[in-house]
Ligand binder design. Structure first.
Ligand SMILES: NC(=O)c1ccc[n+]([C@@H]2O[C@H](COP(=O)([O-])OP(=O)(O)OC[C@H]3O[C@@H](n4cnc5c(N)ncnc54)[C@H](O)[C@@H]3O)[C@@H](O)[C@H]2O)c1
Length: 389
């Protein structure tokens, strides 16, 4: 993508992940901070003319109607000395009103900054109009939509989710099994915008949306960004497999003190995260006779600075037991932000190459890669490497 600009519209623009992505991008553009963690800056991708950071124009939706400077200040992820250097740019960035359904966490449904209509069809129309207006205002050819909103309550996929005709009919009838995530995804597809689901939501497990995107050559990717503990887990699991060391148990626990940690600790919103985290070992190891526990606890004082412990029990030569322990003091949004930029660049590139539907070559970036199974971090990297070599 040589000269034109790319719109990046984020659902949950005022969340910690989106805000850190945008503020970080502004700082890197001004050469005020390094771009460590951004994989697409590596030579492997150099000849593919990925969109440059200064070609990105940010916007998005949120229920919290505050400018991005105030949000960043409150979140405290980026130190004030750095943040002050981009306050002017962040102040200009305010979210558009979001859309909500009964699946959104109550905490946010009470927020005022949402499109005020009960009709799902009208909500979809408004989102499409938002995207088109954003393109026009900023003179953009293309936009990418990234879902970094909160986890949604589960729904049961039924016959209405099987094809786009029944899905659109259900939408017209305000069916209760259509989530806000699906509305954002459909608005993205209708406007030809690649859609990334960074969350645990099951939006892109809806066959109707996946088939529709494929028919319109719109790339989709998800789900659940593989940023911290699970990234390490999928690397170490591959090591155990290669070395023929027999896993007997893996106990993982996390402390997280940001609003996402608060929501994930509620069972009806957190259950998908557990599924995504628990689902990675068996496909890599190709056996399942081991204990695997994952725990996430909200612990306010830590804020965005999470702590993860892993206890890994395994057998070596002659069946002799050994244990490995990991204690990672990670930073939730600092780990996630470069992944989002990588995904935006690679999805724009996929669209330029004519690829529609689920982008399975991006499995490396997700805990639960849709359209593919977890294969181990290095195997997943090889798939990406082969495509870009
Ligand atoms: N940061 C990570 O390492 C990581 C990794 C994997 C997945 N995720 C997921 O990414 C998402 C964002 O994480 P976060 O830490 O930024 O959370 P957050 O709670 O800080 O931000 C979420 C934002 O989304 C907004 N929102 C919620 N529903 C919305 C809707 N329907 N429309 C518009 N806005 C909506 C909220 O108002 C809030 O500002 C979460 O679902 C999280 O589980 C994050």
């Amino acid at each position: 993508m040589k000269n034109s600009k790319l719109g990046v519209l984020m659902v949950g623009l005022n969340g910690a992940t989106a805000n850190t992505t945008v503020a970080g991008c502004y700082l890197i553009r001004k050469k005020l901070a390094p771009a460590y963690g951004l994989m697409t800056n590596e030579p492997l991708f150099a000849k593919h003319q990925l969109v440059k950071l200064d070609q990105l124009v940010f916007g998005g939706w949120d229920f919290a109607n505050r400018d991005a400077a105030r949000v960043a200040d409150q979140q405290g992820v980026i130190p004030p000395a750095l943040l002050n250097k981009v306050t002017g740019d962040l102040k200009k960035l305010k979210p558009m009103p979001g859309v909500t359904t009964a699946h959104d966490v109550d905490l946010f449904r009470r927020q005022k900054h949402a499109h005020k209509t009960n009709s799902l069809g009208k909500k979809l129309e408004l989102l499409i109009a938002n995207i088109e207006r954003f393109k026009k205002t900023h003179r953009l050819d293309k936009t990418v939509v990234v879902f970094t909103g909160s986890p949604l309550k589960q729904f049961k996929p039924g016959s209405l989710h099987q094809n786009i005709k029944s899905f659109k009919q259900a939408l017209a009838r305000n069916h209760a099994d259509i989530t806000s995530g699906m509305l954002y995804a459909l608005a993205a597809i209708e406007t030809g915008s690649p859609f990334i689901d960074f969350t645990t939501n099951t939006t892109l497990e809806v066959k109707a949306l996946v088939d529709y995107a494929k028919s319109k050559k719109v790339p989709l990717a998800g789900k659940d960004g593989k940023t911290g503990q699970t990234m390490i887990k999928t690397a170490l699991a591959q090591l155990l497999k290669i070395k023929n060391l027999k896993l007997t148990g893996w106990y993982s626990t996390n402390l997280l003190g940001n609003p996402d940690g608060q929501i994930l600790s509620l069972p009806e919103y957190g259950q998908n995260k557990f599924k995504d985290k628990l689902g990675v070992l068996q496909p890599i190891l190709k056996y399942s006779d081991f204990d695997h526990s994952v725990d996430i606890k909200y612990y306010g004082p830590r804020g965005d600075n999470k702590e993860a412990w892993d206890n890994i029990d395994f057998l070596g030569w002659l069946g002799q037991p050994m244990t490995m322990k990991i204690n990672w003091l990670g930073r939730d949004s600092i780990l996630a932000a470069p992944l989002i930029i990588d995904l935006v660049r690679l999805m724009e590139n996929a669209q330029r190459k004519g690829r529609g539907g689920l982008q399975t070559h991006l499995a490396f970036f997700f805990k639960n890669p849709l359209g593919a199974k977890p294969q181990g971090l290095f195997k997943e990297y090889q798939i990406l490497e082969k495509l870009y070599a």
